[in-house]
Write a protein that binds this ligand. Structure first.
Ligand SMILES: Nc1nc2c(c(=O)[nH]1)N[C@H]1C(S)=C(S)[C@@H](COP(=O)(O)OP(=O)(O)OC[C@H]3O[C@@H](n4cnc5c(=O)[nH]c(N)nc54)[C@H](O)[C@@H]3O)O[C@H]1N2
Ligand SMILES: Nc1nc2c(c(=O)[nH]1)N[C@H]1C(S)=C(S)[C@@H](COP(=O)(O)OP(=O)(O)OC[C@H]3O[C@@H](n4cnc5c(=O)[nH]c(N)nc54)[C@H](O)[C@@H]3O)O[C@H]1N2
Ligand code: SF4
Ligand SMILES: [Mo]
Length: 744
């Protein structure tokens, strides 16, 4: 660690004092009491999909352990507890002025509390009544089904998600784009091919049995902080943690968790990583093949396991054997010796969990990356046994629930059949638009109406110029939201843009459910809002629109305003969800059937895991001269990865600075000190960053613990720069490997 660049005020540990300070400040502030009440409310945390909180109270994790809420959830709740935005704010602020706001400023306006509309030719959002909203919706959705679409972000409940797809499919539209298309879709697609099931096969209880975790392309200290507790405990019981990440994230090396106060305060935190590999971005498949090659050479392949429980293993082993070390090490930019050490630790451990996040999925070969990791797990016999397996670490708190509820363009055959029985009609057979497909369809003027259930479809996408143009081709957009964001002011429809305020999870007047990334279903109790305005619940909103469109046929949509009734339909139509049918009676939260594999019998037709030979990525970078930049500048080309700071939730920025990376504001670029020197730059110098779509000027250079040739910037700001390449198998953009020119 001594060679890491260090800045004033930059903590040497992830988590730690800044986190505790944040807790104290927030919970002792004037809204502190409400915050504590909300933290204790019996509902799942709003923030990430680790699944903290639920029937046993807000501080309990999925194995019943207490004190499991992190500062990120405080951040999310504090934002939801802001005062409501008065009508006059929008009445007196023109759209041009609203467009000047940064992401943080949008969020700080407060909670949305009145339905509003911006009409063609008007400069102001104006209030309207719910009755007017429903009349507009009834007209807007009566288009030909392929011209209406939805986009959703995984914060809403299972019930709202289920109703959204039911309403869309009843219309005959399969255009159910979702934020997971920009996120973990490659995990779902890849794992489904290998194991027949697209989610994590590891429960939290099972993770606690492992003796090695390989954590790939994840910045868990910031984005899944309570996962860090598991890694601390794993190290305490003598286990190993292998990190694979081009950037050294400080909290992956050492992390101070408030759940272990003595260690945090006396020892300055716990050691996390045992080994840390920094590959070239986008090279993970080559690294996995290299690990497989080394396992073969060290005689650490579990042949019995492969023969009994897998198919296609021969080809995978032959490919690893036949590929030269020099080819592999060149692609991933690592030494053979360090890869061999990692292979040795994996091969010698008895129970290994392979976990990953966006560093794996957001690549042109994201699905291949996932399948390559699965191959390594199988070669070492680490799937289908307690303490082992593949574990995508999911993003939004209920993003996985949206997938289970069939908000997807990859509808399972068994769900299709069940829905056809329920709706008494055949469903449309086309696939429908995923997130990128929807943006391109809108760009080609093929969409008339778009309902966004949460999220920020505009700013979450690459190529913001295209996003703005595409959305302006849509006649009517409904943004169903809790707080204003950039999309509400930049992602404007041609004729009318509506912002519809809804209750969040802890305010819903009825019980709802959510599903964590570990396949655990939480029951969220009803709650109250502090707002005086005119909000509705997502369930009421969707069912009311559906009622206006479909009447009582073939189901009574208004009756579906009772979430218990929705759950009874979910129990009948969604595989693994039978227990939700009795949850109102028993209050019993549960693990979804058929997802956690504790025996090596998988959900494929043969029961065996299917191993495919995965092609190595062909990575190249354009030259500086190929960018549209002035001649004779000082500059360099880098591989830009864009991701999250320690103070944001996706497109919503809570804090401008990122103290853990020493980045003082949003417009910084993190580079390796040697690159800075080689290119003739100085630290803190202002440069221009040019992508294939546009440029950002006045970007401050920060030296950081990042691999040479690689750069890191924050999203959504960086999304104006590039039109990402797309993983053909999953549709997910390669946000983590974008060539940029940096010059002054
Ligand atoms: N506080 C907070 N929590 C969140 C979110 C948030 O914004 N804020 N967002 C939620 C959502 S929707 C998601 S999807 C998750 C995101 O959680 P993460 O995936 O942890 O988030 P990213 O910031 O995208 O970080 C990805 C990591 O991948 C590394 N990486 C980049 N390229 C490569 C590569 O080629 N190979 C490897 N091995 N690593 C690479 C980066 O250096 C970075 O450390 O977090 C969820 N939780
Ligand atoms: N460059 C780059 N781009 C990326 C990524 C990246 O790593 N790099 N990551 C991608 C990933 S992983 C994801 S998941 C997407 C995220 O994309 P989205 O999910 O589309 O965006 P968010 O910023 O999470 O959406 C925030 C908004 O959700 C609304 N909201 C919050 N709670 C609720 C609720 O309970 N109900 C409703 N109806 N609305 C609510 C609020 O209005 C808030 O402003 O971004 C993607 N874009
Ligand atoms: S780890 Fe995730 S689910 Fe758990 S408290 Fe933190 S943000 Fe919430
Ligand atoms: Mo995500």
């Amino acid at each position: 660690m001594s060679n890491l660049p260090h800045h004033d005020n930059q903590p040497g540990t992830g988590g730690g004092i800044p986190v505790i300070k944040y807790w104290v400040e927030k919970t002792l502030s004037p809204t502190g009491i409400k915050l504590w009440q909300t933290l204790n409310h019996q509902s799942a945390c709003l923030s990430c999909a680790w699944g903290t909180g639920g029937q046993q109270g807000g501080f309990v994790n999925e194995t019943g352990e207490y004190l499991q809420r992190c500062a990120k959830s405080v951040e999310a709740i504090a934002a939801e507890l802001q005062a409501g935005i008065e009508e006059g704010v929008f009445g007196h602020t023109s759209i041009k002025e609203l467009q000047q706001l940064s992401s943080r400023e949008c969020d700080c306006l407060g909670r949305l509390q009145y339905p509003m509309i911006l009409r063609e030719g008007s400069d102001y959002y104006q209030r309207l009544s719910w009755e007017e909203v429903y009349q507009i919706a009834a007209r807007a959705f009566r288009q030909s089904p392929e011209r209406v679409a939805s986009y959703s972000s995984g914060r809403s409940s299972n019930e709202a998600a289920y109703l959204l797809q039911l309403m869309m499919r009843a219309l005959g539209s399969n255009n159910l784009a979702d934020c997971s298309d920009l996120c973990h879709a490659p995990s779902g697609v890849g794992l489904k091919q290998v194991f027949g099931s697209g989610t994590s096969m590891v429960s939290l209880a099972s993770l606690k049995q492992s003796d090695c975790v390989v954590l790939i392309g994840s910045n868990a200290p910031a984005n899944h902080p309570r996962l860090m507790n598991e890694l601390i405990q794993l190290r305490d019981r003598g286990g190993r943690v292998i990190m694979i990440n081009p950037q050294i994230e400080i909290g992956l090396v050492k992390f101070a968790s408030p759940a272990f106060p003595i260690k945090s305060l006396l020892k300055g935190g716990s050691e996390i990583s045992t080994l840390y590999l920094q590959p070239i971005p986008g090279s993970d498949t080559a690294l996995q093949v290299a690990i497989q090659k080394s396992l073969l050479e060290q005689n650490l392949v579990k042949m019995d396991y492969l023969q009994q429980y897998t198919e296609g293993w021969q080809g995978v082993l032959e490919f690893a054997k036949a590929t030269d070390w020099s080819t592999l090490t060149e692609i991933c930019g690592l030494f053979q010796e360090e890869i061999e050490e990692v292979a040795y630790v994996i091969g010698k451990s008895s129970k290994v969990v392979f976990a990953w996040a966006m560093g794996i999925t957001q690549h042109q070969n994201g699905t291949d990356n996932v399948k390559a990791i699965a191959n390594t797990a199988l070669i070492t016999g680490n799937a289908g046994r307690i303490g082992t397996g593949t574990m995508p670490i999911r993003g939004h708190s209920n993003v996985q629930g949206f997938g289970s509820m069939a908000v997807t363009t990859r509808l399972r055959q068994d769900i299709r059949q069940a829905l056809e029985v329920l709706l008494k009609r055949p469903l449309a057979l086309n696939q429908g638009y995923d997130a990128r497909g929807l943006m391109d369809a809108a760009d080609a003027s093929k969409i008339d109406t778009l309902l966004c259930l949460g999220g920020n479809f505009y700013a979450a996408n690459p190529d913001l110029l295209q996003a703005q143009r595409a959305l302006s081709n849509i006649d009517t957009i409904f943004y169903v939201s809790t707080k204003p964001n950039l999309g509400h002011f930049h992602g404007l429809a041609r004729r009318q843009t509506l912002i519809l305020p809804v209750f969040n999870r802890f305010e819903n007047p009825q019980k709802t459910t959510t599903e964590s990334g570990n396949n655990f279903v939480r029951l969220n109790n009803p709650g109250k809002t502090h707002l005086q305005g005119d909000l509705t619940s997502e369930v009421e909103l969707i069912t009311e629109i559906a009622h206006r469109l479909h009447g009582d046929q073939p189901i009574n949509w208004r009756k579906l305003q009772d979430t218990e009734y929705v759950r009874s339909l979910i129990a009948k139509t969604i595989p693994g969800y039978k227990q939700i049918g009795k949850i109102d009676r028993t209050q019993e939260e549960f693990t979804i059937d058929g997802r956690i594999f504790t025996k090596p019998k998988f959900a494929t037709p043969s029961g065996c895991a299917r191993m495919d030979v995965i092609p190595l990525p062909e990575l190249s970078l354009p030259s500086l001269a190929s960018f549209p930049i002035p001649k004779n500048v000082i500059g360099m080309v880098a591989i830009l990865g864009s991701g999250r700071s320690y103070g944001q939730h996706n497109t919503v920025v809570y804090r401008e600075e990122d103290p853990y990376r020493g980045m003082p504001h949003r417009y910084c670029i993190l580079l390796n000190a040697r690159d800075i020197k080689k290119a003739g730059f100085r630290e803190h110098q202002r440069v221009t960053v040019q992508g294939n779509r546009s440029k950002l000027e006045n970007i401050e250079i920060i030296a950081g613990a990042i691999r040479e040739g690689v750069a890191f910037m924050f999203y959504p700001e960086a999304n104006c720069l590039f039109s990402a390449t797309i993983d053909a198998q999953s549709g997910t953009p390669a946000f983590k490997r974008v060539p940029v020119a940096i010059y002054s």
